[in-house]
Write a protein that binds this ligand. Sequence first.
Ligand code: SF4
Length: 388
Amino acid sequence: MPPPLALYIHVPYCVHKCPYCDFHSTVQQTVPEVAYIAAVKRELLFWRQRLKDDKRHLHSIFFGGGTPSLLKGESVGQLLKQITTLWQLSPQCEVTLESNPESCSPAKIAQWLNHGVNRLSLGIQAFNQERLTYLERPHSLEDARKAIQNSRRGGFTNINLDLIFATPSQTINGWMEELDEAMDWQPEHLSCYSLSIEKNTPFAKLYKQGKIQLLDEDRELEFFTSTEKSLAAGGWQGYEISNFAQPGRSCQHNLNYWQSGDYIGVGPSAHGRLTKIDNNSNIKILRTINRTSDYIESQREDGSCLLNEHLCTSQESGIDCLLMGLRLTDGMNRESYKKLRGYDLVAQQPEKIAELQKSGLLKVSRKKIAITKKGKLLTDSIIEKLID
Ligand code: SF4
């Protein structure tokens, strides 16, 4: 049985490029909306034709970016109409749209809901005007508050707030105040990421010049544990390193990534993952990646925008499964790994696993392998250790 199938649509436009961000987007005050929507529709058709024998219903849809909320409400409606014409949606299909506060008007909120968006992810990033300015966010604190209020009043019952912490000179007390405000808004989900320096961004340049000092590891750990503690006390469960949800409100789309599910990636720079099972029940994973630039101009006649397709080796698929699964609090499913690699990780690496268990960094059950609370901040090095 192949895993669930999800759909990701990348909307590559922003009104301003935030200096820490390495997601693909171009700064455009006027989005070439008609041409972009037509191109996405063609690409959706391409994927449906290519997967014509695939009977799976869509388990989740995610409009990510860039800034999907720059699109007009009816454009999102057109895309969802095309999607539902081509695919059946599972009854609980989660449809998320990422939105920036400054482009989240009550009229758009009403349209998104009308057209079938049922989860809104708001890029708030900070509840402090100074930090918003430092991050060069295109919205003010007031915009952020208004956007949350309007989304709730407008009828969204599943809201995520994205936040960034551990920015230079931020204090724990200041962050706790911001987190308190986030919780006061009672969102169903909170994504809290520490500031990281991504290659080829303006922040990376400043960092290299010594003009940005990141918090040291101990300090970051303090931020991290305070965040977890505070959110747990408020009823938000940490189900992934940076993601917290009220019971039953985990993001289904992202869970599908972390649980090695399948997804179609549409739009510039979008990635995809598709499971192929042959007649002998052998599993292979196909990775797809779209072109980053000239999405509209370079689209092929059949609607494809593929830059590359790669049939993963069993080792590559196993690494992906580890990288994704061990981010989850519940851990990686041992059976999923076994299906990809042909053997159980615990049986294959008993000494390494025992050592990590002894150090209190890893816990192993019959079905799962999970990183402990103590091991969380060492996730990358633990995964590296387990890669064979
Ligand atoms: S608005 Fe979002 S996607 Fe656009 S540059 Fe800023 S962080 Fe990146």
